[in-house]
Write a new protein. Structure first.
Length: 191
């Protein structure tokens, strides 16, 4: 068992239990903290009571949101006022696109860092980051910016150059990443 856990891990564990409603087993799996340690933290900080309070508040917010939407609709229909109609339409659009969700936001536990000690491993890790970034960008097309696409294209080109340079035939001759390449990667990826 690790000597101590960081404050961040403890907060992530609490968030997973309280706001996401996960069990201690699920939190232990996500954070790699023992179940007994999680139960001690939960007991010390009343996680179960906080979970109940959180769920009640969430339910109240959902209820009040529906009431507000109904009131805005009645106002818009009754008055025909363009501002009221616009306010209702804007809220409905936000709800439809998921921008106004009151559900818990997924909190991911920090993943174990990859051991990157070869150029091939660096290329693979960089490719994975590019794929994650691309998926994230495509998942939010309404906020996608041309500069992000350009930056991602440059990183993809760099990955391809590195892939060509560090093909399996070059394994016998370990070239490694030089400082210039590392700087270029860091500059290009802005997560």
């Amino acid at each position: 068992m690790p000597e101590g856990y960081s404050y961040e891990i403890r907060e992530i564990a609490k968030d997973l239990f309280v706001t996401e409603g996960r069990t201690y087993d699920q939190v232990a799996e996500a954070t790699r903290v023992s179940i007994s340690q999680l139960k001690r933290w939960g007991s010390d900080e009343n996680w179960t009571d906080e979970r109940k309070e959180y769920r009640q508040a969430l339910s109240s917010i959902k209820r009040d949101t529906v009431k507000l939407r109904a009131k805005l609709l009645k106002t818009a229909l009754g008055s025909g006022d363009p501002q009221s109609v616009y306010a209702f339409a804007a809220i409905e659009k936000a709800v439809a696109t998921g921008k106004n969700k009151t559900d818990s936001v997924p909190v991911s536990a920090p993943e174990k860092l990859k051991n990157i000690n070869t150029p091939e491993a660096a290329v693979e890790a960089l490719q994975e980051v590019v794929e994650l970034k691309l998926n994230k960008m495509l998942g939010q097309p309404d906020i996608l910016q041309l500069s992000q696409v350009r930056d991602l294209k440059q990183v993809m080109e760099l990955v391809e150059q590195m892939r060509v340079k560090y093909t399996p035939e070059d394994k016998a001759e370990d070239k490694g990443l030089d400082a210039g390449q590392l700087k270029k990667i860091r500059d290009m990826i802005k997560l």
